[in-house]
Design a binder for this molecule. Structure first.
Ligand code: GSH
Length: 317
């Protein structure tokens, strides 16, 4: 199999979700560090427009969104299972709550002015202020349908969510039983950001020691075997691996839009990061879309998206 390459950056919570899963599944991977804000020319050479972090590359196939990346990793390495047979539906539903509601609530709490000062490097407001301003302008352009919760309301909700997680951990080491599953990795990453990147805001974790102990267990998994790689190397690898990396191929076509395969389409997020990826629709299965596009530097690229959370549209040619 071609190498697994994760395009990510160290402080990205969704990247931490995938780094831990790679460690847990003991998969070797290559690491390309991407910028946290636009412009991202090397990212767009591979994705065709999608700019969110992380994304996964295998050969000339690009897998966008951690929900889809989890499916791909489960396919490549079924054990240990992200979706345990007894809790398949529950694990996905809980993960969706965590990736959306818990994540945005935790982030509003984390970005209290005190937390923001730490995240953006500390010191006097004149030093970190301009960096924070550029970052929040970048993120504001991405937030097409994400509710904005004032910090005090977010802090109160975050506290309740932590208590709910703590209740789930009262009689078992992980959220759905004796072993970690998708729900654990999804609920962990927003809390990881509080603990490691905005630690001045982490006293909120003190009221739920069971949650802190669960976080310690997950952190101990580590990130597995990682090797560094440059964006230029990853793009060159894409250009020279036209047949490698099709992990989810062979599933039947499922049409919900009246758009036949082969049409020129766009796929874009329905809530955060609206930049579309445009190309020919080459697969629309029960769970995902694939777009084929040609890039000057990366050559023929297949870009994959989950169906949930993404909007497919026919493009005028
Ligand atoms: N639903 C997406 C969310 C990813 C996401 O929002 N990632 C953040 C970083 S943790 C992001 O893309 N921020 C903007 C950026 O990195 O350009 C997923 O599961 O991958």
């Amino acid at each position: 199999m071609a190498d697994i390459i994760l395009h990510h950056y160290p402080s990205s919570p969704f990247s931490e979700k995938i780094r831990l899963i790679l460690g847990w599944k003991q998969l070797a991977w290559k690491s390309v560090v991407v910028p946290a804000t636009l412009p991202k020319p090397d990212v767009v050479a591979l994705t065709g427009g999608y700019r969110k972090t992380p994304f996964l590359q295998i050969g000339s196939h690009i897998y966008c969104d951690t929900a889809l990346i989890c499916d791909v990793l489960e396919h490549l390495q079924p054990e240990p299972a992200l979706y345990p047979a007894a809790h398949k539906g529950l694990a996905r539903v809980l993960a969706q709550w965590a990736d959306e509601r818990l994540f945005w609530t935790a982030m509003s709490h984390n970005f209290h002015p005190k937390g923001a000062a730490q995240v953006f490097g500390g010191g006097a407001p004149e030093q970190w202020g301009p960096i924070a301003k550029a970052f929040s302008e970048d993120r504001a352009r991405m937030r097409t349908a994400i509710p904005r919760t004032p910090v005090p309301d977010a802090t109160a909700a975050y506290r309740s969510y932590l208590r709910r997680l703590s209740d789930m951990l009262a009689h078992q080491p992980y959220l759905l039983g004796d072993a970690p599953c998708l729900a654990d990795f999804a609920a962990y990453h927003p809390l990881w950001f509080t603990r490691t990147q905005a630690s001045v805001m982490a006293d909120i974790l003190e009221a739920t020691p069971a949650v802190s102990a669960w976080m310690d267990r997950l952190a101990a998994i580590g990130h597995g075997r990682m090797q560094k790689c440059t964006a230029a190397e990853a793009i060159a690898l894409c250009a020279t691996s036209p047949d490698a990396g099709a992990v989810l191929a062979g599933e039947p076509f499922q049409d919900e839009h009246g758009i036949p395969l082969g049409c020129r389409v766009s796929v874009a997020s329905d809530s955060f990061g609206p930049e579309p990826t445009v190309g020919a629709l080459v697969a629309a299965t029960r769970l995902h879309y694939t777009i084929r596009r040609v890039d000057e530097r990366a050559g023929v690229v297949h870009v994959h998206f989950p169906r949930i959370g993404y909007v497919l549209k026919k493009e005028e040619t």
